[in-house]
Design a binder for this molecule. Structure first.
Ligand code: SF4
Ligand code: SF4
Length: 137
């Protein structure tokens, strides 16, 4: 299912965001794998994922990719719940060792509106920061 409203984007981190993310620790909650939108895959990544799945590249492209919303590249498809096709509630990312750079880069090099409300790592970090602020007040 293609949901075009999500905008994958690179943002320049503000100084505040840099500070916030300095101690960011992913909690592996999987929220970023369940959001709608493009998971861009470069040609190199397509080949790596196909190899990991022991699939012929053409079969992989046909079965697991679609055009991105801007029609400039390829994205992994969603499953029936609107999650990334490779996300599993039990296992997390099923292609973790070869996941696309877009996934590796979140939230350090790109974010989407409201991410901090859903990302468990951000929520934990905010609580810790809050305690620190109260301590020094
Ligand atoms: S490829 Fe893996 S890390 Fe990336 S969105 Fe899909 S399940 Fe998540
Ligand atoms: S939403 Fe945040 S904490 Fe959850 S898996 Fe993604 S980066 Fe990690």
């Amino acid at each position: 299912m293609e949901i075009p409203f999500f905008i994958y984007r690179h943002t320049s981190m503000t100084e505040d965001k840099d500070n916030l993310l300095k101690d960011f620790k992913c909690q592996r909650c999987g929220a970023c794998c369940r959001w709608p939108g493009d998971v861009r895959v470069t040609e190199e990544e397509q080949n790596a994922i196909a190899a990991r799945l022991n699939m012929n590249i053409n079969d992989f492209l046909q079965q697991y990719t679609r055009l991105t919303a801007d029609r400039r590249g390829l994205s992994l498809i969603d499953n029936e719940h609107g999650h990334c096709i490779f996300y599993s509630t039990e296992e997390g990312c099923r292609i973790n060792s070869v996941k696309p750079q877009q996934c590796v880069n979140f939230p350090y090099h790109w974010t989407n509106p409201g991410w901090e409300k859903l990302c468990a790592g951000a929520q934990n970090l905010s609580r810790i920061k809050l305690v620190r602020v109260r301590t020094v007040e």
